[in-house]
Design a protein around this ligand. Sequence first.
Ligand code: SIN
Ligand code: FE2
Length: 241
Amino acid sequence: MSSWPALGGPSTKLRFSTDLFVDAPAKPGRDGVTMDLLSTLPASNETLEPGAVLLRCFARNDAALIADIGRIAAAAPFRHMITPGGFAMSVAMTNCGQFGWITDRKGYRYSAVDPDSGKPWPAMPDAFRDLAARAADTAGFAGFAPDSCLINRYVAGARMSLHQDKDEADFAVPIVSVSLGLPATFLWGGAKRNDKPRRFRLETGDVVVWGGPARLNFHGVDPVTAGDEACRYNLTFRKAA
Ligand code: SIN
Ligand code: FE2
């Protein structure tokens, strides 16, 4: 990790209504034919604070990423993990890569095997690895090489309460978080749990990167609202070991 970005300047907040694409032959979205149009438009980056950047519409192949999630989940199914306090999480989770994040009554940790099957997690697709590295690079963190991708699935009503990502070995390495499917409201808090979070709407293809002075900031997701897609997915790329 070398530096964090001075990207953005005034927040531009480009947003594309899917209404623009109602006549498209394929399902409207950010993939396929519409991507040719979007790829000619400038990227829109918002600096949340030093070390934290929101890259709007950065993942332009959302349909292909969701197809990869389907293949991963066929080998390592989504499950509602249990917190150390004994509660089932509303978000269903699986993982790919060398290490997967898990929780059970014994605590939060990374595991090289899926505890449900005893087998290694599915390999991280090259497209995932490349996307994460490009996003980190764009945010000012060159050389990001994740060994873990947590895949969160939110159906309507599922949420993630404010937390820090702190089960990793080296906090000098950033986090890359990709939103796919249904939109969600992302809570971006501060270094302390009771810092009032700001709220950002995340749509499919939006990517948030945080590291440097923002690496341990609290963050979470408001309950997801039902919509056109079945669910929201989030890919969280990390270097666990
Ligand atoms: C997480 O922090 O684990 C998930 C964040 C998100 O779903 O956007
Ligand atoms: Fe997190």
